[in-house]
Design a protein around this ligand. Sequence first.
Ligand code: ADP
Ligand code: MG
Length: 299
Amino acid sequence: PDTVRLLSSSQVITSVVNVVKELIENSLDAGASSIDVKLENFGLDRVEVRDNGQGIKAVDTPVMAVRHFTSKICRHEDLEHLETYGFRGEALGSICAVAEVAVTTKTEEDEISTQYTLDLTGKIVSQKPSHLGQGTTVSVMKLFKNLPVRRQCFSSTKKCKEELKKVQDLLMAYAIIKPELRLMLVHNKILLEGFFPKPGADYSSTSTSNPDKTFIFVNNRPVQHKEIMKLLRQHYAAQYADDQARNRYPTLMLKISVPPSSVDVNLTPDKTQVLLHNKVTTKLNLNQIDPLQAYSERN
Ligand code: ADP
Ligand code: MG
């Protein structure tokens, strides 16, 4: 039965775009007005779709990913006035057969949201409380992990780019037909958190005329990274020119969070130097960081 399930699922779920489409349609069917799509490594490592829809009722969660379960039709006649994208109850179950799936959901009635981890057959294997608000988040990890040939086929740079373009086009299509919908796509998001005091702020007590008080972290690992240091210095020079002129140097801290797949920490034995994918470095836009409230350090 495992082989049969894998074969039929692999016909329903054929690509990253396909996964995104099924998940978005489920979100729309759930009445979502806001949908966030996040991809890591072109969706091959992770596709995550978060919505603010009605959520999945607790009674439905054990069967949500069971093949042919659908909450959308009860009787045969319902098919005649179908107003939902889905009605076959095939998508979620099929995705489970070809990837690792977690579903986090909260209805209006639920006090808090719950994250369910599903197995290959769509059964819940574990559950835990979660902090997310009303709606549903479906995470699909390691797509086609058990179909190595297909995964390989989607892994070439050319194919990856083609597929990403298809995802963008698909989202565009839904955005056009649903102008009231808030729809977001993020690919390999880099989270930047900086500790930059406001220029001109009272950080005089740290002005030890040492412009090198700079800390960089990649995924919480303190690192040295020439390029990023250079970016940071340039940013610093532009933002804090007046301070610099007065020989005042704040401590700068930059925390970068990236998908583990885009960083190589094994450059030096002590792991203080990391190699980031070229794209990550060029995407760093330090202007997106607001200088934090001034801190005053009392000696
Ligand atoms: P279908 O959409 O054909 O019903 P799916 O396999 O796509 O089948 O989804 C199975 C069921 O899981 C849906 O009928 C619905 O009850 C629930 N579900 C899936 N995704 C969501 C979502 N984003 N919000 C609310 N319910 C969902
Ligand atoms: Mg569906």
